[in-house]
Design a protein around this ligand. Structure first.
Ligand code: IMP
Length: 196
C-alpha cells in the first residue's frame, strides 16, 4: 500500500482526511520534513491544489521517497459578488484576519437580496505522471449576521441548504457529511479504492 502525503500542516485537516481515508496511511508535511512556503498563485482552487501537490511531490522525489501526494485548496464563492472571495478567501481583508474577512463579506452584501454562495474544495493527487483532480461543492446562503461558532473562516455566515442551519451551528460530523472538503475527499477515496 502506497503512503499518501497530505500537503498540509493543518492538524484539523489531517485528522479529517485520516478518518475519511481509513485503511490508508496518511502522512503530513511534518512527517517528511517539508517546511517551505508554497506560493498559491493559481486562479482556481484546482490550480492551487495542483501547485501544492506538485511542489511536495517534487520534494519527495528529490529525497527518494516513493509517496503519492494530495493537496487541497478551498474557498467561498458568492454569486452576487462575481465569485468573491473565491481563491482569496483566506486573505480577503488582506492580512487582517478572519473576523475582518467576515465583516468584508457582510458589508459587501449589505442591501443585496441574492445571497447565494457555495464552498468549493479541490483535491489534487500527484504520483509519477498521473495528476487527478477531485472537486466537492456545498451550497447555501450568506446570513445577515454571524450565527453559531466563529472559530473557523466563514462557517458562521454560511447557512447550508443541506443542513438548514449554519456550518457554525453544525457538529463536526454534520458538517463533514455535506461539506465541500468531505465531498471532494469521498470522491478521492472512491477513486483510490478502485485504483490503488
Ligand atoms: P483552505 O484552502 O482550505 O485553507 O481554505 C481557504 C480559506 O477559505 C480558509 O482560510 C477559510 O477562510 C475559507 N474556508 C475554506 N473552507 C471553509 C469552511 O469549511 N468553512 C469556513 N471557511 C472555509
Amino acid at each position: 500500500m502506497k503512503k499518501i502525503i497530505l500537503a498540509t500542516s493543518n492538524n484539523h485537516k489531517l485528522k479529517e482526511m485520516r478518518s475519511i481515508l481509513s485503511g490508508y496511511e496518511v502522512l503530513s508535511l511534518k512527517d517528511i520534513g517539508f517546511s517551505a512556503e508554497i506560493d498559491e498563485t493559481g486562479n482556481t482552487t484546482e490550480e492551487n491544489s495542483e501547485i501544492k501537490a506538485r511542489a511536495v511531490y517534487e520534494y519527495c522525489k528529490g529525497k527518494g521517497l516513493d509517496y503519492c501526494v494530495i493537496a487541497d485548496d478551498a474557498g467561498l464563492f458568492i454569486e452576487s459578488l462575481n465569485g468573491e472571495p473565491g481563491v482569496h478567501s483566506a486573505r480577503y481583508a488582506a492580512d487582517h484576519g478572519e473576523e475582518q474577512n467576515r465583516q468584508k463579506v457582510l458589508s459587501k452584501l449589505d442591501g443585496i437580496e441574492n445571497r447565494k454562495a457555495y464552498f468549493e474544495c479541490a483535491i489534487c493527487y500527484v504520483y509519477k505522471d498521473e495528476v487527478k483532480h477531485f472537486i466537492g461543492r456545498t451550497y447555501g446562503e450568506i446570513t445577515k449576521e454571524k450565527i453559531g461558532s466563529d472559530t473557523f473562516g466563514y462557517d458562521c455566515l454560511f447557512f447550508s441548504d443541506d443542513l438548514q442551519k449554519t456550518f457554525g451551528q453544525a457538529s463536526e460530523e454534520e458538517k463533514n457529511a455535506v461539506s465541500h472538503r468531505g465531498r471532494a475527499a469521498v470522491k478521492f477515496k472512491n477513486w483510490l479504492d478502485e485504483n490503488a
